[in-house]
Design a binder for this molecule. Sequence first.
Ligand SMILES: NC(=O)c1ccc[n+]([C@@H]2O[C@H](COP(=O)([O-])OP(=O)(O)OC[C@H]3O[C@@H](n4cnc5c(N)ncnc54)[C@H](OP(=O)(O)O)[C@@H]3O)[C@@H](O)[C@H]2O)c1
Length: 247
Amino acid sequence: MNYYYITGTSRGIGKGFADYLLKNSNNRVIGISRQQSINNNNYKHINLDLTNAEAISNFKFDFHPDAKKIYLINNAGSLGFIKPVGKLDASTIIKNYTLNLIAPSVLSNTFIDFYNTIDAEKVIVNISSGAGKAPVDGWAVYCASKAGVDMFSRVLDEEQKIRMQQSDKKIDIGFKIFSIAPGIVDTEMQNDIRKASKNNFSRLENFIAFKANNELLDPAIVSEKYFKILEDVINIKEVVFSLKDYK
Ligand SMILES: NC(=O)c1ccc[n+]([C@@H]2O[C@H](COP(=O)([O-])OP(=O)(O)OC[C@H]3O[C@@H](n4cnc5c(N)ncnc54)[C@H](OP(=O)(O)O)[C@@H]3O)[C@@H](O)[C@H]2O)c1
């Protein structure tokens, strides 16, 4: 059996991931978000607010003795308010970092600790963004948290490589870590971007045009592409990359 813990399954890309995986009866999806929108016998929902640091700290993974694959997909994320620094309120900044950076970090730590000795394909996929590589005005916390997720992933990968060099267990693959940006996808998040105030966001018209020109990607197609790439995890050399790097 394959087990996929996915944050943010109630809509958008995370729901696309769950819908894609649940077509295969060997897959079990454990979804984590504040709302639930999936009803399937192979789906379990956990209601959790990932801006709540205490709830994240107390999160426990289950033991899956029959697991061939165990994945943690840190997908839940939000732009928070689109405003320049100086106009943000402190609690929004703190909640946004908690959701976008602290939750993936804490869940990854618990995941690696808990499944450390399990013989299965163990993978962490962080849903990254081009915003972690280039600055976008009005998105300071979002850009910084995605850049943080990229670097966190690179360090985890480095640690796993060191672990594998020291391991005498030739079949032990350790954990594989990726931070993969999806491109611009037609979700609620893009809807929120288009609602930003022009005074607070210089690129508003570009994002309105992406939608008007049908340039947004379908979450179902994006999800399929993620899992096609992840079919061969052992041979993926990059840690941080974008879906558009793959044809
Ligand atoms: N759409 C794009 O163009 C795009 C581009 C680059 C990267 N991304 C990344 O892709 C990921 C998914 O984005 P999306 O576009 O699918 O966004 P979305 O449609 O807004 O969905 C966000 C998901 O995150 C969950 N979430 C938000 N706040 C949460 C909280 N406090 N606690 C628990 N779950 C929470 C939501 O569930 P609840 O509201 O039910 O809690 C929802 O399921 C994000 O990490 C985003 O940064 C998206």
